[in-house]
Design a protein around this ligand. Structure first.
Ligand code: GUN
Length: 289
């Protein structure tokens, strides 16, 4: 192994500490940022995320409002809750955990959130603002990846970047952010021809496909910087045990070729929640002038 390990866990702790410092200053003015998280149903992975978000929100000195709704909640009831949160002055940020049950239209719910409180940056106005280089709420995972890359490189200008995956949550906004930082950006996906050759051109590889260990060392240019967004649980080796957590990158082979790489866990994951807190702080500051 020759790659430097990019310690997202340590970096995220620094971001959270800076957010907490700023929150303490707001408290002197009688302002306390509030983050509402809405979870519909009992998806175990979502429950873990939501618990972790709530805990870190409180640790940063913010108010956490958790709304856990039954899986059978109607779209109308969820929209009514979003409307209530939009109009609640104690709530500065609203996050509706995805995925939602099949009977609920995700786009309709996301676009019902007040764009100024859309700390996920998924509302169509924030998507448009980001795409046109205006002041937007930026999705947390890509923002966390960008922070790690800026910290590593300083300037990203002129770098060639390949984003593997084209989701609305990560792939597309990641490409927009890299473009805004003057990278030459390619989005590769399941239909990309000779994907290995495309990825091998990149100085920066961001893997966000949700396929365990898909990107292997032989896909990489020597010295490439690899950001692994994937969190996949492999089937357990024995019954009753928990499967190993792996990324979308095969860490063992990739770390022999890459210049630097994020581990899973402890890479991008902690940055996502840190950026959620940072976005909630931003929303609060904008709401209070
Ligand atoms: N589900 C997986 N990642 C995310 C995220 O960043 N935001 C929301 N709302 N749901 C998610």
């Amino acid at each position: 192994m020759s790659a430097e390990i990019i310690d997202g866990k340590a970096f995220a702790a620094e971001v959270r500490a800076k957010v907490a410092e700023h929150v303490a200053k707001l408290a002197e003015r009688g302002i306390k940022p509030g983050l509402a998280v809405v979870l519909v149903g009992e998806d175990p992975a979502s429950q873990v995320y939501v618990r972790s978000k709530g805990k870190q929100t409180v640790e940063a000195g913010m108010e956490s409002f958790e709304h856990k709704l039954d899986a059978s909640t109607s779209e109308a009831d969820l929209l009514a809750l979003v409307d209530k949160l939009n109009n609640d002055p104690a709530v500065n940020g609203i996050l509706v955990q995805l995925p939602l049950p099949d009977h609920i239209d995700e786009d309709k719910v996301i676009n019902a959130i007040d764009p100024a409180k859309d700390v996920d940056g998924f509302h169509i106005s924030n998507v448009g603002l980001l795409a046109t280089g205006q002041k937007a709420m930026v999705p947390c995972t890509p923002l966390g990846c960008l922070m790690l890359l800026r910290d590593y490189f300083g300037s990203l200008s002129g770098k060639s970047a390949v984003v593997v995956g084209r989701s609305n949550i990560v792939g597309k906004p990641m490409a927009q952010l890299l473009l805004r930082d003057s990278c030459t950006v390619t989005i590769a996906h399941s239909r990309t021809k000779d994907i290995e050759d495309v990825v091998r051109q990149a100085d920066i590889v961001v893997a966000a496909v949700g396929r365990p260990e898909m990107v292997t060392g032989d896909w990489l240019k020597k010295g490439a910087v690899v950001i692994d967004v994937g969190i996949n649980r492999l089937p357990p080796a024995e019954e009753g045990a928990k499967g190993k957590l792996v990324g979308d990158v095969d860490f063992a082979s990739a770390s022999d070729v890459a210049g630097a790489i994020t581990p899973v866990p402890g890479g991008v994951g902690p940055m996502t929640i840190a950026c959620l807190l940072a976005n909630t702080l931003t929303a609060t500051c904008r709401a209070n002038g």
